[in-house]
Design a protein around this ligand. Structure first.
Ligand code: AMP
Ligand code: MG
Length: 398
């Protein structure tokens, strides 16, 4: 059996990043820039402006009374210069008129019939946002190694960058296999279940930054599976199948990968999970995940999510990890590393993890209500009450 880390290393080998494509800034949220370095072509802000509504003054006038000679408003016409003994009314974001070197906020001044009185002498630069305060022209900005956030998009817009090159979203084909599966919306006959994996894995693909292409479900028929896999391998960057990957009489995914390409079949010391078929068909990586929905989603999280991110040029799984203490005994399979479904909460100074329900690999409800996967190492058969374990956060800390 491979360890989780060994399997992950092998899966990452030979992953190529997707090519780059230009995109309008308006469509760029969540996309990964092809290059993180951006050189500013302009100053931000482009000109010195007021941080407050108030009066632009010369600090050399001290506390003297000043004559108000005009107004500067954001986007308005040019204001007169501030000569000694004068002031100009300014609004937030309005250019600081020539001659002025500080702003007195409205709250700290009185304005009677065009005469301005200030309570105390303003300090040079007070409430003035100088040109290039945020970013200077020619400066190289390093964007975070992550999908573009609203704030990065705002920054690029402020810099006047209306389009940029991003990595193409990896196209991930998703195939559910199993005679018992029916699409959502079907009325189930005896022995049938809804296909939960296709919608769940498609969502997980999108969450990881990929484009999900859901293939028509395949029955447990090697010819049907082969037809879909063959077709998808021609257009996808990655193919993810679920179900039919074990050693049962009706498990055909491994055989299909073997016939169309090359197969590596692994048993991984992971719970839930264990059997995982991996191979390549015409250069396209193909992964066969176990059919049980929790196994499928957890193995996707551990193995497929990092592959999609690697194709986007992003390292790791992009998840936060915390140490959490456990106050119950949650059983697991002794030799395998377990990823238990837990609720991770901050309680005072302590971060705790509590099982969200049964840990069976078919039980989706406890996974759906979990915000973390608790990593319990190989060689133990249960969590030890009072001990701390690493938790991978799938969502925000509760
Ligand atoms: P298998 O890996 O094909 O042996 O399936 C293991 C278990 O997962 C069986 O109980 C299947 O019915 C179930 N299963 C397989 N595929 C899906 C799916 N797409 N949605 C929900 N359950 C599934
Ligand atoms: Mg099956």
């Amino acid at each position: 059996m491979l360890t989780v880390d060994e399997a992950l290393d092998r899966l990452r080998q030979g992953i190529r990043s997707t090519n780059v494509e230009p995109i309008d800034l308006a469509d760029a949220d969540g996309r990964v820039p092809a290059t993180r370095d951006v050189v500013a072509a302009i100053d931000v802000p482009p000109f010195a402006n007021s941080a407050m509504d108030g009066f632009a003054v010369r600090t050399s006038d001290g506390t003297e009374e000043r004559r108000i000679v005009g107004e500067s408003r954001a986007g308005g016409p040019a204001a007169p210069p501030v000569e000694p003994g004068t002031a100009v009314r300014v609004m937030t974001g309005a250019p600081i008129p020539d001659g002025a070197d500080a702003v007195v906020p409205i709250e700290e001044a009185t304005d009677e019939e065009g005469r301005l009185r200030v309570a105390k002498a303003p300090a040079p630069g007070a409430h003035v946002r100088r040109a290039a305060l945020d970013v200077a022209r020619g400066q190289t900005i390093e964007l975070p190694a992550a999908p573009l956030s609203p704030s990065s998009i705002g920054l690029l817009a402020a810099l006047g960058i209306g389009s940029l090159e991003v990595r193409r979203r990896p196209r991930v084909a998703i195939l559910s296999t199993g005679d018992e599966l029916r699409p959502v919306g079907s009325v189930l006959e005896r022995g049938e279940i809804h296909d939960a994996n296709a919608p769940a894995l498609a969502a997980a693909v999108r969450e990881a930054g990929g484009e999900a292409i859901v293939l028509e479900r395949a029955p447990d028929d090697p010819a049907e599976i082969e037809r879909r896999v063959d077709e998808a391998a021609g257009s996808a960057d990655l193919l993810v199948a679920s179900g039919g990957v074990s050693v049962g009489a009706h498990d055909h995914v491994r055989g299909v990968i073997e016939r169309l390409g090359t197969l590596d079949f692994w048993r991984i010391a992971v719970q839930p999970g264990k059997p995982l078929a991996y191979g390549r068909i015409g250069g396209v990586p193909v992964i066969g995940l176990p059919g049980n929905p929790v196994s499928a989603l957890v193995t996707f999280e551990l193995f497929v999510r990092p592959m999609i991110r690697a194709m986007l040029g992003l390292a790791g799984d992009g998840r936060q990890r915390v140490q959490a203490s456990v106050h119950e005994r949650i059983g697991k399979d002794l030799p395998r590393r377990a990823y238990l479904r837990v609720r991770v909460e901050r309680r005072g100074d302590e971060v705790t993890a509590t099982a969200t329900g049964g840990q069976g690999s078919s039980q989706l409800l406890p996974l759906a209500t979990a915000n973390g996967l608790l990593v319990v190492p190989e060689g133990v058969e249960a969590t030890e009450p009072g001990a701390c374990y690493e938790a991978i956060l799938l969502g925000a800390l509760a």
